[in-house]
Design a protein around this ligand. Structure first.
Ligand SMILES: C[S@@+](CC[C@H](N)C(=O)[O-])C[C@H]1O[C@@H](n2cnc3c(N)ncnc32)[C@H](O)[C@@H]1O
Length: 227
């Protein structure tokens, strides 16, 4: 078994980076994702697991709308932020678990939804395949997987052109966005995969792809149903 902390991205373990994380992300609004889950019947009696929850942008909002939310992240620094915010907001239905895609042990009934945003690319493809099987195993039949990630929607021969365009669109300000060097580090050191590899992995993991939306051939969002 790999040690998922070795793959988590050193910045995600650094409390200094974590402090500025949401501003760097552009303070994303989780409402559209909450609405996707709600449209699939997720509600006040439902359980949702957020894998790679980060600072809890989604998990905290989800706990205000759904029955029980489990925020899982391998980074103690990230999870500390979620825990502190959940306590300050009195969100007793938000549980925090320090674990990874491959080490989280789900106890209790299968969940209604799994959410994961911009985290699965930390695992090499073999381990992504196993992580997806584990997600399916913790989800009830008919439950939902909402997945966002940096996923390459192009052919290998197009890599140079598409990735050059991605780098050209990077932020100039590291405090307010991902810079050219951040993107280059992602390409070199992280494990974003091709769309045409990920989709069979989703299917063999036990999911049916309901929707797939791509932006800039690099950012993918999936809604999948547990078969
Ligand atoms: C780019 S952040 C995304 C955080 C959050 N989902 C969001 O959208 O803001 C990636 C997160 O994945 C976590 N992570 C990395 N590898 C992981 C793993 N194997 N299992 C669980 N979490 C992991 C990191 O600690 C970090 O919090």
């Amino acid at each position: 078994m790999i040690d998922e902390l070795d793959f988590a991205g050193p910045e995600h373990l650094d409390p200094g980076f974590v402090t500025g994380y949401e501003q760097k992300q552009g303070n994303p609004d989780p409402t559209a994702d909450l609405d996707v889950l709600a449209a699939h019947g997720v509600g006040l009696t439902s359980t949702v697991v957020d894998l790679g929850a980060g600072t809890g942008i989604f998990a905290l909002a989800a706990a205000r709308r759904f029955g029980h939310v489990i925020a899982v992240d391998v980074s103690p620094a990230m999870l500390r932020v979620v825990r502190d915010r959940a306590t300050a907001a009195g969100l007793e239905n938000l549980e925090c678990v320090q674990a990874g895609f491959l080490s989280y042990q789900h106890a209790g009934a299968p969940v209604d939804a799994v959410y994961t945003r911009n985290a699965l690319h930390h695992l090499p493809d073999f381990w992504k395949g196993l992580a997806l099987v584990r997600m399916a195993a913790m989800t009830r039949t008919g439950g939902v997987l909402r997945l966002h990630d940096i996923i390459y929607d192009f052919k290998p021969l197009e890599a140079e052109t598409v990735l050059a365009g991605w780098l050209d669109g990077a932020s100039a300000d590291p405090a307010r966005g991902y810079t050219r060097e951040d993107f280059a580090t992602h390409i070199r050191n992280e494990y974003s995969t091709f769309r045409w590899l990920l989709e069979p992995m989703l299917v063999s993991g036990g999911f049916e792809v309901e929707t797939a939306d791509f932006r800039g051939s690099v950012y993918g969002a999936y809604t999948c149903l547990r078969r």
